[in-house]
Design a binder for this molecule. Sequence first.
Ligand code: HEC
Length: 152
Amino acid sequence: MKSHFVILVAVALAAGPVFSDTTSGSEDEAVTETTEELVPMVLDAELVEKGKKVFKKCKACHKIGDKAKNGVGPILNGIYGRAAAEVADYSYSDAMTAASAEGLIWDEESLRQYLKKPKDMIPKTKMAFAGLRKDKDLDAIMEFLKSISQEP
Ligand code: HEC
């Protein structure tokens, strides 16, 4: 049996709120902002390699790659930039599902926070992992997770 995993990484860059001032004769013309920030990720190959080693700590529970299957934890393909709790056939904790419903996106800040001390960020997460306390490990794992989240 062959499984095909189609990873759709949709990074929605939400437009800022629109304020309209109708109280006084507004001097400013309406500004239409169509800034689309397409920032290509430039990765540090050496750091990616280091991250691959740090990922050994995650491997017991997380698989990656085309043929990866969920284990104790969900597959992590395309994790960087996507919403939390999105692997369809994985049974997340209520806490993680709630965090996702509240709009948690796995970006630089949130991933670092979660991986540093999972239960500090999401107290009832079922990820039984103490966390990566060393900044150099966090830097490396971030680079590695980015590398598995984009087309080569
Ligand atoms: C002992 C098993 C275990 C280890 C080790 C582990 N995780 Fe997890 N991880 C989980 C579980 C279980 C979940 C689901 C959490 C939930 O639903 O609350 C999870 C969730 C996650 C998520 C959120 C996934 C999503 O789809 O939203 C990320 C990101 C993650 N882990 C990254 C890592 C990384 C990176 C490491 C290694 C540094 C790691 N984990 C180590 C078990 C583990």
